[in-house]
Write a protein that binds this ligand. Structure first.
Ligand code: SF4
Length: 365
């Protein structure tokens, strides 16, 4: 037996089934579904993706529907999944594919998929292995952990040297038969997600323990080798909560601004921001501070609001009045005003959503 044969035998019996993108028609996977799911799964867990995937597919049922949609609608459907660049790239890739391929036609080589926006080698390989039986290896985070343990890789996590080493290892372990690729690829992902867990690898029933050097050395938890600790830089920010009652209904509305086309939250809506060292005039006070971690830095936010609004929080039914000239006084471009309920339907980053929910709660208590 080989690593691939043992993994395939296990996958037939114990692999995860029933995920919406695994459904087939006459035994054929839906390439559009597999592609969308692979992009969603890049940085998000399966349980979370299932819910968002179904809603996304209902809203954009085909590649053409996605390509023809406005970017704002795509970002809104992505809201809550995070890493919004994925949604922008998915939308841009759908447009490229619509231009270059006829309706039911798709690229079948890894290179062609990798040339599309937002698709790295592993995601492109997962699509062509699953949908087109291509003998292409995947290497996502879970698979890296499995292989690093299989071979006791000494290179630290996150290093280019580890990636190079494991890509070769992943390619060398592929099954010989191309038609085994869909099940093999899924089984490898399943093994990493359900058996070879980061802190609790289930080595005794593991179907590939016989090949695993870390298991043989009773050192499963010592691999992969950790990356050297590095302090995450902190970026300070000051956000303004600007409120306005609706002139017709008197309903409480908040002003948010669309972020520029470049940056981590490109095209999303967020609170007007000031330089954290900017002078805050009389009549404004800080409501709260919070932190949000990005992969490369930590954002430390001070949330400021006019004192009448601050005083109104906690008073049920109160609609504080704030002058429209406030953003101008700070030199901000004018925000767009909507109710909190309406903002929660828009493309907003997770920390903004959390602030809106806390504000809504404070206004109701
Ligand atoms: S034997 Fe343990 S460490 Fe090795 S691959 Fe299986 S679960 Fe992971």
């Amino acid at each position: 037996m080989t690593f691939a044969e043992d993994l395939l035998a296990w996958g037939r019996l114990h692999g995860r089934r029933g995920m919406p993108w695994q459904q087939t028609t006459n035994g054929v996977l839906n390439v559009y579904w597999v592609w969308v799911s692979e992009v969603m799964l890049q940085q998000t867990q399966v349980q979370t993706v299932q819910h968002y995937f179904l809603a996304f597919i209902r809203r954009f049922p085909s590649r053409r529907a996605l390509a023809e949609a406005a970017l704002d609608d795509v970002l809104a459907a992505w809201s809550g999944l995070g890493y919004y660049r994925r949604a922008r790239n998915l939308h841009a890739a759908a447009r490229q594919l619509e231009l270059n391929y006829s309706q039911n036609d798709w690229p079948s080589s890894r290179d062609a998929w990798q040339a599309l926006p937002g698709l790295g080698r592993s995601t492109a390989a997962a699509i062509v292995a699953s949908c087109f039986n291509q003998r292409e290896a995947i290497l996502d985070g879970n698979v890296k952990r499995v292989l690093a343990r299989q071979v006791c890789a000494e290179q630290p996590w996150g290093s280019a040297a580890l990636d190079r080493f494991l890509w070769d290892e992943a390619q060398a372990r592929l099954p010989r038969q191309a038609d085994a690729m869909p099940l093999y690829t899924q089984s490898l992902m399943d093994l990493g997600a359900t058996v070879c867990l980061p802190r609790r690898p289930d080595c005794v029933p593991c179907p590939v323990s016989v090949y695993c050097q870390a298991f043989q050395r009773k050192a499963s938890l010592e691999f992969p080798r950790p990356k050297p600790a590095k302090a995450r830089p902190v970026r300070q920010a000051r956000w303004l909560v600007i409120a306005q009652p609706d002139p017709r209904t008197g309903e409480f509305r908040l002003g948010l601004q669309q972020q520029p086309e470049e940056g981590v939250w490109a095209g999303l809506w967020s609170f007007p921001a000031l330089d954290p060292s900017a002078f805050m005039p009389e009549g404004w006070a800080e409501w709260e501070r919070f932190q949000h971690d990005f992969s490369h830095f930590r954002l430390a936010v001070g949330l400021w609001m006019p004192k009448p609004l601050l005083n109104a929080l906690g008073e049920a039914g109160s609609v504080p009045s704030v002058q429209d000239s406030v953003p101008v006084a700070f030199g901000c471009s004018p925000p767009t005003f909507k109710t909190i309920t309406d903002w929660l339907e828009q493309g907003i980053p997770s920390p903004v959503r959390q602030v809106l929910l806390r504000l809504a709660k404070s206004l109701q208590t």
